[in-house]
Design a protein around this ligand. Structure first.
Ligand SMILES: C[S@@+](CC[C@H](N)C(=O)[O-])C[C@H]1O[C@@H](n2cnc3c(N)ncnc32)[C@H](O)[C@@H]1O
Length: 618
């Protein structure tokens, strides 16, 4: 699952916040002459969005050209010409690549492939009548996978417009700021009509003024927050479907129907780690203040002095589609203790800002108070006697090296604050229980793909194990558990966690690359025929040497947990195809038994995906 879980405010950086908040940054890009009436109107919604949540997988429709009567003739701006677009193809499986697939589906696969096939480069040429900095009125057709809106620009040439913070069915006014391949990016200026279907969630501040986030519309973090939660979950289910359709390279018969996304028990105040950052004061302001001898003012820039002089101390997250940090006082998806600590940390930085010659990132991590005594192999953690500690009694840790404590069901975990651990504790019991049930389905009927039922595994290999989350929470079902992890600190934590939970005798923790471990497993009594492997790599997914060795090891079950469903789909596709060719003669292969998303990051468009692969005899 998540390697680097997205931090609030980390968008894909393709578009930008509404106009009113952007005056200063937008003005730098204004053309010499601003077209005053360059509006283009789309009076009908584009026919069918390629990925509205209700769509069935695999259907993509060519969108009929919007008739020219649908649009007012755009007025040609007198100012700058369209800038020549950089023609760089996105890296495969990157956010930009996923967006290109969104555009391709939206405009029609046949049309897009036909155009690209002509090799004229015209997919890079925006319609003549669509100028940079022009304002357009659009009806949003769909969400992109990353939660932005996609609309059809009317004209002879099918062309998509990507705008953040708007929802399917909204009528919006937007301002084009960049052309790209078959699409342009726009800033949202105004929502003229709200789509009721995609609004009205708890984070919709029109309906619940006290709820949601006051930074929505500027911060790059939580694009889906006004969307009712069930629709957020549907969006993520569709994301998993699309990823397998686009990137697995598998015949559709080999991809099972995607199961409903499991929601997070907490949808706000869930995030146990945040990393606000800030820039150092620019040199000119340091010099100016020092020269004028305003010593007192040096440390009070944040109180307005800096702003008056043209610089403001901002501590927070990235702004959507614009460089620089936006000032954030609270983050409603972070736990209460982190928000409280953020106030203190902000003051501390503001009061000492002139001592920073470089920008920096703060770490705030939610932790249980340190247990007393700390559990050990001779006196392990006992969930029967340990009380559940309410969220208000948690503590916030800011030192990267300090130990953080978290509880997951009957187990306790400790790890250095700066190292990896899942960021939403509220969903870890459902997630780990689900993985356990997937390995040991309650009845043969639950694993229809495996006939006859596969033998029950007795050994678990937890690859990319971090501080041992899966190995430890699943341990009661296995005789032996081995974990492998590249980070030395994490493997030390995993070993300590096993001891704190009294599991030192059945667990082995190995520091190294996941792809190097299979050779050594046999001598520790791990054979594929009695093992199950959990795979939980970083966003980039697994390397081929790892996947090849996994196939060679031939475990009974593989549970692949991923924070990047696109690379997961690629890897699962590889495993299935390779197993068919490698196992053909001996009569075995892997099948994808189930695919399902988990919502580790409510209000954002991110989804954690769990794929269960079962070894079967043909
Ligand atoms: C998404 S995290 C999962 C951690 C753990 N499973 C959990 O849920 O807490 C991925 C982990 O893979 C580790 N990692 C990255 N590349 C690796 C490699 N080549 N071999 C082994 N571990 C690796 C990272 O250090 C990180 O701890």
């Amino acid at each position: 699952m998540t390697t680097q879980p997205p931090s609030p405010g980390s968008g894909t950086g393709t578009s930008s916040p509404p106009h009113k908040k952007l005056k200063s940054s937008v003005s730098a890009e204004l053309p010499d002459v601003i077209p005053t009436n360059g509006f283009t109107e789309v009076t009908e919604a584009p026919i069918k969005a390629a990925f509205l949540p209700n769509d069935s997988m695999g259907t993509t429709e060519t969108i009929p050209k919007a008739s020219s009567s649908q649009s007012q003739a755009p007025v040609k701006p007198k100012g700058k010409k369209n800038r020549k677009q950089k023609r760089t193809l996105p890296e495969k499986y990157s956010a930009q690549d996923v967006l290109f697939h969104d555009v391709r589906d939206f405009l029609g696969v046949e049309y897009v492939d036909g155009l690209i096939g002509k090799k004229e480069g015209s997919e890079w040429e925006a319609p003549e009548e669509l100028k940079l900095f022009e304002e357009v009125t659009l009806t949003v057709g769909a969400f992109t996978v990353s939660g932005e809106s996609i609309s059809l620009f009317p004209g002879d040439k099918p062309w998509a417009i990507i705008t953040p913070f708007a929802h399917p069915g909204d009528r919006i006014r937007a301002k084009i700021h960049k052309h790209d391949r078959l699409c342009s990016f726009a800033d949202l200026l105004e929502i003229l009509e709200y789509s009721e279907e995609y609004r009205g969630g708890e984070g919709d501040r029109r309906k619940y003024p006290e709820n949601g986030c006051r930074y929505f519309g500027e911060c790059g973090g939580c694009q889906l927050q006004p969307v009712p939660y069930p629709l957020q979950l549907q969006h993520k289910k569709r994301t998993v479907e699309l990823a397998y359709q686009r990137f697995s390279n598998l015949h559709k018969d080999l991809i099972p129907g995607i199961q409903d996304t499991i929601g997070s028990p907490k949808q706000w105040g869930y995030r146990t780690k945040i990393t606000p950052h800030f820039d150092a004061p620019p040199k000119w302001i340091q010099k100016q203040l020092k020269e004028s001898g305003e010593e007192a003012a040096l440390n009070s820039l944040a109180n307005g002095d800096g702003e008056k002089k043209g610089w403001e101390c901002r501590i927070g997250f990235e702004r959507k589609g614009r460089p620089g940090v936006m000032d954030i006082e609270e983050c409603p998806i972070a736990t209460p203790v982190l928000n409280k600590k953020m106030t203190e940390e902000r003051k501390r930085v503001q009061n000492t800002i002139m001592s920073f010659t470089r920008g920096a990132t703060l770490l705030l991590r939610d932790s249980l108070p340190s247990p007393d005594p700390i559990p050990s192999s001779s006196s392990p953690f006992s969930h029967d006697t340990a009380p559940i500690i309410p969220a208000e009694q948690h503590v916030a840790i800011t030192n990267h090296k300090q130990a953080v404590y978290e509880r997951v069901g009957k187990y306790i975990f400790s790890f250095a604050a700066g190292s990896f651990f899942q960021n939403n504790n509220s969903i870890l019991i459902p997630l780990t229980e689900y993985v356990k049930e997937a390995i040991f389905p309650p009845s043969p009927a639950a694993s229809p793909a495996s006939k006859p039922p596969t033998p029950t595994p007795t050994h678990l290999v937890d690859t990319y194990c971090g501080s041992g989350l899966f190995g430890i929470t699943l341990s009661d079902k296995f005789e032996k558990v081995a974990g492998v992890e590249i980070s030395h600190d994490s493997i030390v934590a995993a070993k300590k966690n096993a001891e704190m939970n009294g599991l030192q005798d059945k667990t082995t923790w190995l520091c190294g690359k996941a792809e190097d471990i299979f050779g050594g497993l046999a001598e520790k009594g791990f054979e594929g025929g009695k093992s199950c492997v959990v795979v939980d790599p970083p966003r980039k997914g697994c390397d081929e040497p790892f996947l090849d060795q996994l196939l060679h090891f031939k475990p009974l079950t593989v549970v692949y947990v991923s924070c990047n469903v696109h690379t997961q789909a690629r890897d699962v596709g590889y495993l299935i195809r390779e197993s068919e060719s490698r196992g053909r003669e001996k009569g075995w292969k892997y099948v994808v038994e189930s695919l399902r998303g988990f919502d580790l990051f409510p209000q954002t468009a991110h989804v954690e995906s769990v794929a269960v692969l079962r070894w079967i005899e043909n």
